[in-house]
Design a protein around this ligand. Structure first.
Ligand SMILES: NC(=O)C1=CN([C@@H]2O[C@H](COP(=O)(O)OP(=O)(O)OC[C@H]3O[C@@H](n4cnc5c(N)ncnc54)[C@H](OP(=O)(O)O)[C@@H]3O)[C@@H](O)[C@H]2O)C=CC1
Ligand SMILES: O=C1Nc2ccccc2C1=O
Length: 315
């Protein structure tokens, strides 16, 4: 294990310690496999294995996967190659309930249990640290269980010890409220798009999660630092980023990650570049003053960028 100490957040329901930054195997890695008609769940893209192994070697001990990424086999091989013991890794995965917006049916139509058993086998591990329902958008044409039935299966897997924590992703207040009413075991995590330019994926979701002891995980955390996602060279955070980058001697990406971490949220980032992977850990080397944090929050709220799923959330 590399000599790097990554801070953790404690999940309120189980007391488990989640490493405060995760490495994603979706987004660009998912696109690479979906984009190649010769690739499927069982075929291995060696480039993706290398990326995930590089991330583990760089010091990431929290891996974020999902059934729909079709990168489970690559993650399993990378873990094996790294030689890092299972107990030193935090592994998250997500249930593929099917995606009407991508015209893709669920890969495990009978529910999360099927997905978990297949996933553990593909990864070559005995348990998941965290398993999420990827989205609340269940469509009976794409999957054979309802959201409530899926949650019950997930609870059963939790009780059997196949998954140590359970949660959701892309849930709004209404769907979480509904779930809380049928849940015996409450969701520990909601993984949503979260960054300075999208402090609420949906109305009131961040406060709702905080008030209900649901840990937020942030995908697309680098958005405010990526010109490619903003399309505006003069976006309002630029001057503040410049000032803070000079003061702390870091890149805007690190300021973006630090703000997320300092707001009590776990960023899930990714890169295929070994140097940029290591750069992410600089977020733990400094602290924004309260004034700097508040200024960033205020400027961030004045501008909106949604990188993911506008077709689902901007209706
Ligand atoms: N639950 C959900 O529905 C979703 C979950 N996710 C999860 O979150 C993960 C991360 O999402 P993603 O949006 O990709 O995350 P980020 O916001 O971290 O963006 C990653 C992109 O930023 C680039 N990058 C990384 N570091 C730098 C840097 N220092 N400077 C400039 N560019 C940089 C990377 O390119 P390069 O490789 O060139 O460094 C990569 O393309 C996914 O892999 C997935 O696991 C994502 C979307 C939805
Ligand atoms: O990273 C992701 N890319 C995706 C594409 C389609 C559905 C979900 C996701 C992700 O979570």
């Amino acid at each position: 294990m590399p000599a790097l100490t990554i801070p953790t957040f404690t999940l309120p329901g189980t007391g488990d310690q989640v490493p405060a930054v995760g490495f994603g195997s979706g987004s660009k890695h998912r696109l690479k496999k979906w984009g190649n008609p010769e690739m499927n769940d069982d075929s291995i893209d060696p480039g993706i294995v290398t990326v995930i192994a590089d991330a583990i070697n760089a010091g990431f001990n929290h891996l974020d996967g999902a059934e729909t990424y079709t990168t489970r086999a690559e993650m399993g091989l990378a873990i094996k190659e790294s030689g890092v013991a299972r107990k030193h890794l935090w592994i998250t995965d997500k249930y593929d309930q099917g995606w009407a917006n991508f015209k893709r049916a669920s890969t495990s139509p009978s529910g999360p249990r099927e997905s978990i058993l297949k996933g553990l086998k593909a990864l070559g591990v005995e348990y998941y640290d965290l398993f999420l329902i990827h989205s609340p958008f269940f469509d009976e044409n794409l999957v054979n269980v309802t959201l409530a039935e899926a949650w019950k299966q997930l609870e059963q897997c939790y009780e059997e010890g196949l998954v140590k924590n359970i949660g959701v992703s892309n849930f709004d207040v209404e769907n979480l409220d509904k779930l809380m009413k049928v849940a015996t075991h409450k969701p520990q995590v909601n993984q949503i798009e979260y960054h300075l330019y999208l402090q609420n994926q949906t109305d009131g979701i961040s406060d709702y999660c905080r008030e209900n002891n649901i840990q937020i995980e942030a995908y697309c955390p680098l958005t405010p630092a990526l010109e490619s996602r903003i399309n505006d060279a003069n976006h309002p955070l630029k001057p503040e980023f410049k000032k803070l980058c000079e003061k702390y001697n870091v890149e805007p990406s690190v300021i973006s990650l630090r703000w997320i971490y300092q707001s009590g949220v776990i960023p899930i980032t990714t890169s295929s570049n070994a140097e940029r992977m290591k750069q992410a850990f600089q977020m733990f080397d400094f602290e924004l003053t309260d004034e700097e944090f508040d200024t960033l929050t205020k400027i961030g709220k004045s501008y909106k960028v949604r990188a993911y799923f506008p077709e689902l959330f901007e209706k």
